[in-house]
Design a protein around this ligand. Structure first.
Ligand code: ADP
Ligand code: MG
Length: 690
């Protein structure tokens, strides 16, 4: 069979339509896809030994002769043993296979085979269980480093190894070298073909590391180059050149002095919006660092220039809250502020749409629907996305053409989930980043405790004490209704039932409210505003309070089944308290006593630095929490690990920038393969690259 990169896998012997379908589920359709389907692990099967001297604790290859015909024993239904005695010059081993009855016929007395497995017992008479068998003429499954592939039902590793071996042997040399020669030389990267061979069938773990380095670099390089290309195109576009607005003038509108960090970010923003290019800036600030005031500044500057601002937030609750604080702040300065939410009555909505289209509203606050609801902004100058990683590359690209006369509006993204720097470089690789690491003065760190079920009563007493002092309390549960979570474990605390129970049995004299994501927006809002007005003392909720809600009188955050939450999420929750001038507390309850869980949660109680927590979360849980379901619009990484390959990421980014510095649109013929790879990588966003 002659193979090329596009030979379908169904042409391989032993792969029929049924297996073909299963392989396709893994994304494997042709030789090329197979070559870039890398093992998830490797098994070292190189060590060989004589029977007598084999160590007990690691598997080894033993070359030995079958001494007598193997016997098959049917112990009972579902349990069959094949037993054989094998010998070499140093000793004897009794070999047993469980439920592999075909072994009986695979072995011939008097023949020599290689067995790979652990030898138990000592001396000249030892035991092996379920060893891997290598017959003469079989393809090598012993004496090598064996790749272990990600599998699916019906596809064995054995099959994968066989297919990969054929593909690598026939076609690795046909893989095009897409990395430019100077990049490879400068960063000491192995050739594509060699890296592919070694990634599948490494000669040693050292060569594997060299190969992996090339593949990781390559992946991060194309990703970085794609993002840098997007960024280059953006900065080549025209943006509304606005007159700068003095930060001191804005300060006069505020009841408190801005922090140095807030001022700095405002200067960054002012510079961007006055620069003649569309701003595309991310403001990263820990919870409570005062990002709303920063957004207010940007909207104020935009309004002074006769522009409209759309401020998008993820929930209606947050929209209401921003509306309250920003209209109080900006209306006195003549900025007209509107609130557009799904709970407006049709007539109100129509009127607001009209006012926006007539340019009678300067700042419109609403959920994401804001821009897609057919609302027309005749003078859109600025889009602010609060709390959102959900605001991905493609939405930003979509906005690019919405401004006046082909000018792209300025974009300001505000994130309260501190993202590890390395991730920010990827997730926001096409953005400029400002960081607020300073909290307003006078904030006392939230005292955080981790407790078990045995201290529940004391926690209730504490709630009673704080509410007695006039404070309010949040209690967050991982579920809305009973029955969620692991069916075998204890039921998770469920917001609705728990709230009822607390009101009835524990705090009959306090007012307990409940809010969760399945309630109608209007009802949610009613409960939240009752809490904000101080009419509720205890608010039981799901993570709907996670994002942005600001009730300064709340001084205690209790998190039930805290092990169910990621550290960054816990940090967000904790950020809901400690906003006033009194000491605030966060109590994590857990019924999970696993040492890893406890150490993770303890690490959380020991620091209040959101950036450190984010790094820790990344290390422990991987980038999923940051990337996860969020529509970041970025391609999936196949080989690189953002938690581990930080250094390589920096290198790849430098290389990508250097390349684009000499050839900004990658139009040179020698860079064509790079552009093609980028296109393929960002296939879902093809538009962005046309
Ligand atoms: P976040 O960055 O989490 O969005 P907010 O903008 O909600 O934070 O601000 C949190 C609280 O801090 C608000 O009550 C806000 O009025 C207050 N605040 C913001 N900036 C300052 C400041 N410079 N000094 C004092 N309080 C501030
Ligand atoms: Mg906020």
């Amino acid at each position: 069979m002659v193979l090329d990169l596009h030979t379908p896998l169904t042409d391989f012997p032993g792969v029929g339509p049924a297996r073909g379908k299963k392989l396709a589920k893994l994304g494997l359709t042709d030789v090329e896809s197979l070559l870039t389907y890398y093992p998830r692990d490797y098994e070292d099967r190189r060590r060989s030994s004589a029977i007598r001297s084999a160590p007990e604790d690691v598997p080894v290859c033993v070359r030995a002769m079958v001494a007598a015909a193997p016997r098959l024993n049917r112990i009972r239904r579902g349990l069959e043993l094949v037993k054989a005695r094998v010998v070499d010059a140093t000793g004897t081993a009794d070999v047993t296979w469980f439920n592999q009855s075909w072994m009986k016929d695979a072995l011939r007395p008097g023949e020599e085979y290689v067995f790979f497995g652990r030898l138990e017992g000592q001396g000249g008479r030892r035991r092996m269980t379920n060893p891997v068998l290598q017959r003469p003429g079989d393809e090598a499954v012993t004496g090598c480093i064996l790749p272990v592939y990600p599998l699916t039902a019906g596809i064995t590793n054995h099959l994968m190894v066989r297919l990969a071996r054929q593909a690598v042997e026939a076609c690795a040399e046909r893989l095009p070298e897409t990395l430019p020669q100077p990049v490879r030389r400068e960063h000491r990267l192995a050739a594509a073909e060699w890296a592919c061979r070694q990634a599948h069938f490494p000669d040693s773990f050292e060569t594997l590391a060299v190969a992996r380095r090339r593949l990781v670099f390559e992946e991060l390089f194309y990703l970085s180059a794609g993002l840098a290309l997007l960024r280059g195109r953006r900065t080549a576009r025209k943006g509304w050149r606005m007159e700068p607005a003095p930060v001191d003038g804005y300060q006069r509108l505020l009841p408190y002095p801005l922090t140095g960090a807030q001022r700095q970010v405002m200067e960054d923003i002012s510079g961007d919006m006055a620069g003649g290019r569309p701003m595309n800036r991310l403001v990263q600030g820990d919870v409570g660092s005062g990002k709303t005031a920063v957004a207010g500044y940007a909207a104020w500057m935009c309004a002074q220039n006769g522009g409209q601002t759309a401020l998008m937030v993820p929930t209606e609750l947050l929209a209401e809250q921003h509306f309250r604080s920003l209209s109080a702040l900006l209306e006195p300065a003549g900025v007209r502020v509107g609130l557009l939410t799904g709970s407006l009555r049709p007539a109100e909505k129509k009127e607001l749409h009209r006012a926006i289209a007539a340019g009678e509203v300067d700042l419109v606050i609403g959920t994401h629907a804001l821009l897609s609801q057919g609302v027309r902004f005749p003078r859109l100058g600025l889009v602010v996305a609060d709390e959102q990683h959900r605001f991905g590359v493609e939405q930003r690209a979509l906005l690019a053409g919405k401004g006046e006369a082909g000018e792209s509006p300025h974009i300001l993204v505000m994130s309260a989930t501190p993202i590890p720097r390395t991730l920010a470089l990827i997730v926001y690789g096409d953005l400029d980043v400002s960081v607020i690491r300073e909290l307003p003065p006078g904030r006392r760190p939230v005292a955080t405790y981790l407790i078990g079920e045995d201290k529940r009563q004391r926690m209730y007493n504490f709630i009673r004490k704080l509410t007695g002092e006039g404070r309010q309390v949040y209690i967050v549960c991982p579920a809305v209704e009973e029955g969620a979570g692991d069916p075998l474990g204890p039921p998770l605390k469920a917001a609705t039932a728990y709230a009822g129970e607390l009101q009835r049995d524990v705090f009959p004299d306090l007012t307990v409210g409940c809010v969760h994501g399945r309630m109608k927006p209007r009802d949610k809002e009613a409960v939240m505003s009752a809490f904000a007005r101080g009419e509720l003392q205890v608010l039981v909720s799901t993570t709907v309070v996670e994002v942005g809600v600001d009730v300064p009188n709340a001084a205690l955050m209790v998190v039930e089944d805290a092990d169910r939450f990621g550290l960054s999420q816990l940090h967000q929750l904790r950020g809901r308290v400690g906003r006033g001038s009194w000491q605030s507390y966060c109590v994590l309850l857990t019924r999970n006593t696993g040492p890893e869980t406890l150490s993770r949660l303890r690490a959380f109680t020991a620091t209040t630095d959101g950036f450190r927590i984010a790094e820790e979360d990344l290390r422990l849980r991987g980038p999923g929490d940051f990337f996860g379901q969020r529509q970041h619009g970025l391609p999936q990484l196949k080989v690189a690990s953002l938690a581990e390959d930080v250094e390589l990421l920096r290198e790849a980014q430098d290389a990508a920038r250097a390349l684009l510095a000499v050839d900004p649109e990658l139009t040179r013929p020698e860079h064509r393969p790079v552009l093609e790879r980028i296109r393929a990588l960002f296939a879902e966003e093809a538009d962005a690259f046309n």
